[in-house]
Design a protein around this ligand. Structure first.
Ligand SMILES: *Cc1c(COP(=O)(O)O)cnc(C)c1O
Length: 414
């Protein structure tokens, strides 16, 4: 059933003035401008076909790229861990919350990513917000792609370092920023360290960062490079090793962020890099020090996911076949799919109200494809963001294309 928690009845009528009443005004404003999106509630598992708000749908909105959320090997690994080790870890990693499974997952991920070491975090979000402020000081500079993920932006906000953005995927623009910084320095003199940060795959447009160029420029200016591969893990590179593997840049990216919550199908984030990076984060990173570690079932399921990535590469092949079919279908219908190069394909509608109406009409036709509006994307870039998975059948994707055709014509988008 639809989420009702966002629309509570006035269950405790009170004469006391509501000091948070301004939030209700803000919501009314969002509704008036078609920027308010209610939660849809899923019955059953995260899968290609599911039930949303009581309606059976084909989903085009999950990050479950490889269908691993319900993979029998992951499910069994989680069940075994629950039976043997219980449901919670009971402490932060640095006190009593480091289990053998956590360490084993980090060793496996490091071997998989071809890095010296890995440290896991509770989520990809906490990995970014926990790494960036920990390794930078007020004498440093962070240079970030203008379309980087919110968790990178928050990590940068938590840092005392100076900050600059470079135009989206613009290597020359990055070089200009680095040159200026070298010539001018900061209020505390020349910068001690410079950190360049980019998403590997950009989550709203599905385009890929120009990493070879970024690495080359960063090397010339002595800057460290950090790549957030949340949407590339399990999708790009051999067996889904990510963009660094895709571009054969092993050893040239200092910090790789990955998520275990998307293609891996479970929950969590990690940082992959040098041993001293891991060792330092264990001593100083606040989400690592002050927030409880994963339940054992999470680590166990993630370990099983790495086995699946290594042993079932056909899932990634199917993902890309489906991506090509669906993207070509949308383009043949005349939709603006932007600059996507990955299974994330936006259908750019521009107007927020239209994007909301399009999503609602698709839903009535049995297709779940969420609208993404401001502030997740720019005000005039509202869109339906679609993500196909390895598990969609051709029939299901054709049904989706037919529904997009119908609704696109109704709303005069095509
Ligand atoms: C989803 C995402 C994250 C956050 O990962 P979670 O594990 O869901 O917290 C971080 N960075 C990027 C680029 C993402 O797309």
């Amino acid at each position: 059933m639809a989420d009702t928690t966002t629309r509570p009845a006035a269950e405790t009528p009170s004469t006391r003035p509501d000091p948070l009443g301004y939030l209700a005004d803000e919501i009314a404003e969002l509704e008036a401008t078609h920027l308010y999106r209610p939660l849809r509630v899923m019955t059953g598992a995260q899968a290609v076909t599911t039930v949303m708000d009581g309606r059976p749908v084909i989903s085009l909105s999950s990050n479950n790229y490889l269908g691993l959320t319900t993979h029998p090997r992951l499910v069994q690994a989680a069940l075994d861990a629950v039976r043997d080790l219980g449901v919670g870890s009971g402490a932060v990693r640095t006190i009593a919350g480091t289990m053998e499974l956590h360490q084993e997952l980090e060793r496996r991920l490091a071997a998989f990513k071809h890095t010296e070491a890995v440290l896991t975090f509770q989520s990809g979000f906490t990995a970014n917000s926990g790494v960036i402020p920990t390794i930078t000081t007020e004498r440093d500079l962070i240079v970030s792609d203008e379309l980087n993920h919110a968790s990178i932006i928050d990590g940068v906000r938590l840092s005392k370092a100076a900050r600059a953005v470079f135009p989206h995927r613009d290597v020359d623009g990055l070089e200009r920023v680095l040159r200026e910084a070298r010539d001018k320095g900061g209020p505390n003199g020349p910068y001690e360290h410079v950190l360049v940060i980019t998403d590997g795959v950009f989550s709203m447009d599905g385009d890929i960062a120009p990493l070879p160029g970024i690495c080359e420029v960063a090397e010339r200016y002595g800057a460290a490079v950090m790549v957030d591969d949340a949407h590339a893990s399990g999708v790009l590179g051999r067996n889904g090793r990510g963009t660094i593997d895709h571009f054969a840049l092993h050893g040239r990216v200092d910090i790789q962020i990955g998520t275990l919550s998307k293609a891996i199908g479970v929950l969590g984030g990690y940082v992959a890099g040098r041993q001293h990076l891991r060792d330092y984060l264990i001593q100083r990173s606040r989400p690592f020090l002050f927030s409880t570690s994963h339940p054992p079932a999470v680590a166990a399921a993630c370990l099983a996911a790495i086995d699946v990535l290594e042993q079932e590469p056909e899932r990634i092949e199917r993902l890309w076949e489906n991506t090509r079919f669906f993207k070509a279908g949308l383009q043949a219908l005349g939709f603006d799919t932007g600059v996507s190069e990955t299974p994330i394909t936006p259908v750019i509608v521009r107007d927020s109200e239209k994007a909301g109406r399009m999503s609602d009409r698709l839903f009535e036709l049995g297709i779940f494809a969420q609208a993404v509006v401001y502030p997740t994307v720019a005000l005039d870039k509202a869109r339906i963001r679609t993500i196909v998975t390895s598990e969609h059948t051709r029939d299901q994707l054709q049904q989706c294309l037919d529904a997009f055709a119908t609704v696109g014509r109704e709303l005069r988008i095509i």
